[in-house]
Design a protein around this ligand. Structure first.
Ligand SMILES: Cc1cc2nc3c(=O)[nH]c(=O)nc-3n(C[C@H](O)[C@H](O)[C@H](O)COP(=O)(O)O)c2cc1C
Length: 157
């Protein structure tokens, strides 16, 4: 029996997640990124992370070209950043403060945790591609994550 995509989206929204911006770069080093919650820790030894990226996102080719990405876990004050990086057709980094990580990847100021990854494998995943990244550097500070649940942004009490 076929599942109605709108109903599937609604039901998937019942899984509460944090919110990340996944950043990458093109061949010239220009920064790109998108809001994503399809992130999971995969393995501690070796250190691996998994992300799922829609094949139609603007920066899709960058993942294949640069073979690197960074996971920026957003702070509860970064709802505007999440909305910005989930908006198609805009200069996403305009007005955004960021710095370079150890691998040269763009890291967003104010995020509560960072993981810099080198892509080691990718798999077909329907309309998305599953990228597995080898985590090469990490940092975390502060608390108060931004939370996404049933299509809305929430904060911890
Ligand atoms: C909370 C939230 C989570 C999202 N998670 C993902 C995700 O895991 N993978 C993905 O490809 N797009 C995800 N998106 C959608 C992208 O952020 C959105 O399509 C973005 O505009 C794509 O970048 P582009 O404009 O450069 O194509 C998510 C959006 C939101 C608001």
């Amino acid at each position: 029996m076929a599942i109605d995509p709108q109903e599937l989206r609604r039901v998937l929204g019942y899984f509460a997640t944090g919110v990340t911006v996944i950043t990458t770069k093109d061949r010239e080093g220009e920064p790109y990124g998108l809001t994503a919650n399809a992130f999971t820790s995969l393995s501690l030894d070796p250190p691996l992370a998994l992300i799922c990226i829609d094949k139609v996102v603007q920066c899709y080719a960058c993942f294949e070209e640069s073979k690197v990405f960074a996971i920026n876990v957003l702070h509860e004050d970064q709802e505007d950043v999440s909305r910005r990086f989930a908006t198609k057709g805009i200069e996403k980094f305009a007005g955004i403060k960021w710095h370079k990580g150890k691998t040269g990847l763009p890291l967003l100021d104010g995020a509560i945790a960072y993981m810099e990854c080198e892509i080691m494998r990718s798999y077909e995943g329907g309309d998305h591609t599953i990228f597995i990244g080898h985590i090469v550097d990490v940092a975390a500070s502060g608390d108060r994550p931004l939370i996404f649940f049933k299509g809305k942004y929430l904060r911890l009490p």
